[in-house]
Design a protein around this ligand. Structure first.
Ligand SMILES: [Zn+2]
Length: 178
């Protein structure tokens, strides 16, 4: 699949991304995605989202633990937490939003560092090692990593928890709280 590099403001980007994943869905679901096919998937995603974002999202799959929070059963996935040591990011499946610096600054284009307080202070300057090309982006590495994690189902470094409705509501609220 040959793809042109697209601007991330392309209004069709969400559908285009769905289409890319769709091409590989059968193989991914049956666990028969070859190395070559997953390489092509990452290449196609890179054409739209930028190589750096895709690369960093894949790194999260290796380095972070993904905790899936459910209500009652697995059809009700509400929140996913990506964590490594004391650092964590919570995102909602299929929702393009994250509290991380990258999302706030390079996706929403908000002024750096004034909108939220609960990002550990050790992460100040975290955006400085991103390249110039990544400064306008459709999504962040956490949102993309979750999508890739759900798609590729790596199994390792995954945990699952069932929460009460009230607990889930609080988790969700926290994601959008400034
Ligand atoms: Zn993020």
């Amino acid at each position: 699949m040959a793809l042109e590099v697209e601007n991330c403001t392309n209004p069709f980007l969400p559908q285009l991304l769905d289409q890319i994943f769709e091409i590989y869905r059968n193989q991914a679901e049956s666990g028969s995605l070859t190395k070559e096919e997953s390489g092509k998937l990452f290449y196609d995603l890179s054409a739209f989202l930028g190589e750096e974002l895709v690369f960093r999202s894949l790194q999260l799959l290796d380095d972070y633990i993904f905790t899936y929070y459910y209500f009652k059963n697995k059809n009700n996935l509400y929140v996913v937490e990506l964590s490594k040591g004391s650092e964590y990011f919570r995102v909602l499946p299929r929702i393009n939003y994250c509290k991380c610096d990258f999302f706030q600054c390079h996706v929403l284009q908000l002024p750096k560092g004034i909108l939220y307080q609960d990002i550990p202070s050790g992460q100040v300057g975290i955006l400085e090692d991103w390249s110039e090309e990544s400064r306008v982006s459709f999504t962040c590495q956490h949102v993309l990593a979750l999508r890739l994690h759900q798609f590729l189902c790596p199994g390792t470094k995954t945990s699952e928890q069932y929460l009460k409705k009230e607990e889930l509501k609080n988790l969700q609220k926290e994601i959008f709280r400034d």
